[in-house]
Design a binder for this molecule. Sequence first.
Ligand code: CP
Length: 317
Amino acid sequence: MRSFLGRDILSLKDFERAEFFRIFEVADELAPIARNRRNCDLLKEKTLVAAFYQPSTRTRLAHEAAMHRLGGHVCGFADPKMTRAGDFYQESIKDTVHMLEYYGDVIVMRHFQQGAPHEAAKWASIPVINAGDGWGEHPTQVLTDLYTVLKEKGTLDGLTFLCIGDMRMRTMHSISYAMSQFDSKLIYVSPPNMSLLPEFKAELDQYNIQYKEADHVADVIHEADVIYMEPVVQPDYTASRQEKADKYDLTPSNYKVTRELLAQKAKSDAIILHSLPRMDELPTDVDITRHARYWQEAFNGVVMRMALLALILGAME
Ligand code: CP
């Protein structure tokens, strides 16, 4: 297994099975710190720089919370409009990260351009974590998802993941790449204009990933151990920011998971993950069912990022 020390986390495409489990093992080890709402001093000499060019609630704050739990420091920006990258100068990623690399020891970057964190990693002398890049990938979200599945199901093999939503979405790419390392199957349900792109399907075949597509969630939900959801009513992820329109579409029933559908057709132990935020595809009355696991993800997301930061910054091996 490769060392995590000083490593960029840009994609799950190049992650090996043992590397997933090492992160999850360290997450288990560090979890009591977060569970007891304590901070320790494991990373007291390190600083995280958050460079968020797109809005975020969970990803930025979970990284920052993880750093605080480990006794580290945090600086950065959550709105590029207040930086020189977002004003008249439109400062380049290269020039920006040449600055940021002196302000801390790891950069966590979210960007509306696919590949922006990869560009940053080319120029930065410190590790870069991809916190979501356009339609590209969202590796730390999917590490959180898989850690949650492991905690809930005790395994990442022999499962069927039902992926519902926009298949151009970065989480869908990362979870699909991750499945190359596990003996589990994927079922994709998406609107035709948001379905798997031919080039992505070719990649899935190349990685020998077992998958099929379906038109309606009701036809396949009975097969699912993990119901993995994203909205189909959503902003343009290649834009820096998009305000909510006065009028927007409702989610067709093909891509919705309701309490009634779960009661009628889902396995009794199926779990639902949603990276959030949500629209109407996941009504709030599902929250009180035994299937919901998206709130547990809030805790797991901090713990998993504690593990990742501890490994990358050399506090754990
Ligand atoms: N899951 C996720 O990426 O949420 P945020 O956009 O709030 O970071």
